[in-house]
Design a protein around this ligand. Structure first.
Ligand code: PGA
Length: 230
């Protein structure tokens, strides 16, 4: 079965109590989880707890963060460095459109965060809203390796996803720039529309916001996100 990557992006949701309930709920469906590559990205505050729950229930998941400092260390109040994250996570989301907007990130800032993550051996999951942001990354980091998620802002949290054709067209352009990366699609993915995106070869998984918070909705995507074998 083709490897499908599912990234749960919890955003600014998830108390420790909610994290515990979520992990317990998904622990009943380990076999389904095993058939995908699952990367769960709770807020920083829940990373340790998620790691402990992963061990307790032997969950076949990886844990990721939602952002990383561009600096190695220093007097940067509120920042969390890649070295600190490396003790807790193996993936990090970088340059989500909400973060780009809220933190006024430039493409250069995004590239610096990618560099910081990569040098701490954390796999970056870089979000791009449009192809120009992938070109900018290539210009600054020609050897980029990792995951790229195409997330058109009109589709994020709106219930109005891009069409599978549009997502795969942009994903193909990303593959032309970075032939070895995995390309994900994000924006209003749910259990009903997920498999449609996977039929056209290029999109190999999803970045999931809203529907990753409720374990039942998330498991619905886990079970339905498959490529029909030819
Ligand atoms: P959504 O969010 O699934 O709620 O649309 C996706 C994202 O922002 O990563």
């Amino acid at each position: 079965m083709a490897n499908v990557i599912l990234v749960a992006n919890w955003k600014e949701y998830g108390t420790l109590e909610e994290t515990k309930m979520w992990a317990k709920a998904i622990s009943h469906e380990k076999q389904a989880l095993e058939e995908r590559t699952i990367i769960v990205c709770p807020p920083f505050t829940a990373l340790s707890t998620m790691n402990a729950l992963k061990r307790e229930y032997e969950l076949p998941i990886s844990v990721g963060a939602q952002d990383v400092s561009r600096y190695e260390e220093g007097k940067h109040t509120g920042e969390i460095s890649a070295k600190m994250l490396a003790e807790l996570t193996s993936y990090v989301i970088i340059g989500h459109s909400e973060t780009r907007r809220n933190c006024k990130l430039t493409d250069e800032d995004v590239a610096k965060k990618v560099q910081a993550a990569s040098s701490a051996n954390i796999t970056p999951i870089v979000c791009v809203e449009e192809i120009s942001q992938a070109h900018a990354l290539k210009k600054m980091l020609p050897e980029f390796t990792g995951i790229i998620a195409y997330e058109p802002p009109t589709a994020i949290g709106t219930g109005n996803p891009a069409s599978p054709n549009q997502a795969n067209t942009v994903a193909k352009q990303i593959k032309e720039i970075f032939p070895t990366v995995s390309v994900l699609y994000g924006g209003s993915v749910d259990g009903n529309n997920a498999s449609g995106f996977l039929q056209e070869e290029i999109v190999t998984g999803f970045l999931i916001g809203n529907r990753s918070l409720d374990p039942n909705f998330f498991l619905e995507i886990v079970k339905n996100a498959h490529k029909d074998e030819a």
